[in-house]
Structure formats: C-alpha cells, structure tokens
Write a protein that binds this ligand. Structure first.
Ligand SMILES: NC(=O)c1ccc[n+]([C@@H]2O[C@H](COP(=O)([O-])OP(=O)(O)OC[C@H]3O[C@@H](n4cnc5c(N)ncnc54)[C@H](OP(=O)(O)O)[C@@H]3O)[C@@H](O)[C@H]2O)c1
Length: 295
C-alpha cells in the first residue's frame, strides 16, 4: 500500500514515516523544501518537495504517485504564529487542506487528517469525539475549518485529533519536555502554565495509532492522547525530577498572569475510549514516555 505524507520533515511526520517503513508500507514523504529525513537509501521510501498551498503541485504529485492513503500532517502548528499571521495561517492550514482534500478526492484516496484539541473551548476534562468545536484562538479555528473541509470533500477519511505531543525530537524543533530540559540545563527560569490541563501524547503512540487506522481503514474521528491528565507545569516538574535538575527555576503561571498572543484553552483532556475499543490503542504512561524521551 502506498502512503503519501505531508509535513514528513516535522516532528510527528518523521516518526510516522519511520513507523510506516517498519511495517513495509511504500512511503511517499513530502515536505517544504529538501528532505530532512534519514531514509533516502531505503527502497520503499521516496521524497518529493511539496508546498501544499500550491494546488497544481499537489495535484500533479498525487496524479503521478497515485497513493492509496494521504496523511495530512503538515500545518503551521504554533498558536502564537497563527494569531499574529492570520493570512498565512489560513492559506496553509485551511487552503492547503482544501488542496489536499480535492487532490485526494480526484483519485479516491483515503485521507487521514491530523487535528488538535485546540478546536475545543477548554471547559471539559475529557473531550469526546462528538463534542462541539468552539476554538478560542485562530490556530484552533483554522484546524476546525480544515476538519470541516475534509468532511465536506472526502468520502473516505479519518480525523485524528491529538494533544500536546512529546518525545525525543528526531529532527527540527523540540517539544515541551526537551525545551524544559534545555532551559534548566542553562540555569534559566522558565514560565510554565499550571492552569491548563492536557492528556499529553507520546509521539510513538500517535504514530502507531495512525498506522493502525490505515491498516484497519478505520474511518471517522478519533481522539489520540495519553492516559495521564497533567498541566504543563506538572510535566515540567516531572522532567526536572527525572533529570535531577533544579525545579525551582520553573515558574508556575496562569493564563491571566502570563499573556501570550494566542489565548490557550484551559481544560482539553481527551476521552480515548473509542480509540482503545476500535484500534486497541494502549498508550504508555507519562512516566514511561519521559524515560523514552530522555533514553
Ligand atoms: N505537536 C503537537 O503538540 C500537536 C498537537 C496537536 C496537533 N498537532 C498537529 O499535528 C500535526 C503535526 O504537528 P508537528 O508537531 O509534527 O508539527 P511540525 O513539527 O511543525 O511539522 C509540521 C510540518 O508541516 C510543514 N509545513 C508547513 N507548511 C507547509 C506547506 N505549506 N507545505 C508543506 N509542508 C508544510 C512544516 O515544514 P517546515 O518544517 O519546512 O516548515 C513542518 O515540517 C499538525 O497538523 C499539528 O496541527 C500537533
């Protein structure tokens, strides 16, 4: 089976490509610019430069490669960047998704769209797949609009919503755990939110869940997250404890005491019972994820 991935150079994309290759899928990885993945010498791996805001480019790559499945993981994922650059955020997260959806429809490919807990308003500890979307920032709004586009254009689709993904960065930017480690190692203070609750997702669990969705052609919407409900501050303290670094450098802040360009939803934990039932999804604990991240 041939799987085309957007955002393959990104944090989630890299793990997903790796997991698909492990399972012997034929992978067409795409990303903006050059390949930053270490798989070029693997037979069932190919890389194509693709800016998915370019409709002609995506249509031509899809027509040439004829993937059975398209995983759309590429996006502008920074809420603050999206808030300050609404035009680019719309072009990439909404316009880009429309281009992907139309190209997928033209060859009747199965689409897996990676979305976020930020489509929710943040008033519930455990969100269900059917709960109403009501984003509090522009990033969340773009991802909600993109979800609507996928549902409107594609007959065969899955929307995978995930939440605060962490793990060892293989290339590119770090994530909350590695940023905390870097700050504490440098002896710098770090502001971390104590009034937001998430069910953080270990990146390999997410990649494995997407592979299962592809294998089972499990359609619909799935919430993929971890089992522990934690605030970023609690996560940061666990990093400090695990690495024996100075936790007193961590400063607990709240949405009111520390403002950012984009408002964050407060409570967005996920109910993952549907994924457990339908995908046999068994995420590891945060403690185990912490060990794997720093192993
Ligand atoms: N990480 C999380 O905590 C989290 C949580 C919930 C949902 N998600 C969702 O998960 C998905 C993957 O996130 P991630 O953490 O892997 O993000 P990431 O590391 O920032 O990767 C996103 C990738 O998308 C690529 N991209 C952006 N605009 C593009 C364009 N116009 N054409 C082609 N590629 C483009 C980026 O390319 P460049 O590197 O070249 O800029 C980047 O490699 C996103 O859809 C995000 O919304 C992530």
């Amino acid at each position: 089976m041939k799987v085309l991935i957007t955002g393959a150079n990104g944090f989630v994309g890299h793990y997903l490509v790796s997991k698909l290759l492990e399972k012997n899928f034929f992978v067409i990885a795409t990303g903006k610019g050059e390949c930053r993945l270490p798989f070029l010498d693997i037979n069932n791996f190919t890389y194509r430069s693709l800016d998915f805001t370019n409709k002609e480019q995506i249509q031509s790559i899809v027509a040439q490669t004829l993937p059975d499945v398209i995983v759309h993981a590429g996006a502008i994922g920074s809420p603050d960047f999206c808030e300050l650059n609404k035009k680019s955020a719309f072009e990439v997260n909404v316009g880009g998704t429309e281009n992907i959806a139309k190209a997928a429809k033209s060859i009747n490919a199965f689409v897996v769209f990676v979305s976020t807990d930020f489509i929710f308003s943040g008033t519930k500890m455990k969100y269900h797949e059917e709960d109403e979307a009501a984003p509090v920032n522009y990033y969340g709004e773009t991802k909600m609009l993109a979800e609507n586009i996928i549902q409107q254009y594609c007959e065969n689709f899955t929307i995978v919503r995930t939440i605060l993904v962490y793990g060892k960065p293989l290339s590119g930017r770090g994530n909350i755990l590695t940023v905390v480690k870097d700050k504490l190692l440098k002896g710098e203070h770090y502001n971390v939110f104590e009034d937001q609750m998430r069910t953080p997702t270990y990146v390999e669990d997410l990649a494995a869940a997407i592979v299962t969705i592809i294998q089972k052609k499990a359609k619909g919407i799935y919430h993929i997250g971890g089992t522990d409900l934690l605030s970023p501050y609690q996560m940061a303290c666990k990093v400090a404890e695990y690495l024996k670094l100075d936790a007193s450098l961590l400063i607990p802040v709240t949405r009111d005491s520390f403002t950012q360009p984009a408002l964050r939803p407060l409570l967005t934990g996920f109910d993952i019972s549907k994924a457990k039932r339908a995908l046999d999804f068994m995420p590891i604990s945060f403690e185990e994820g912490l060990r794997k991240t720093f192993s």
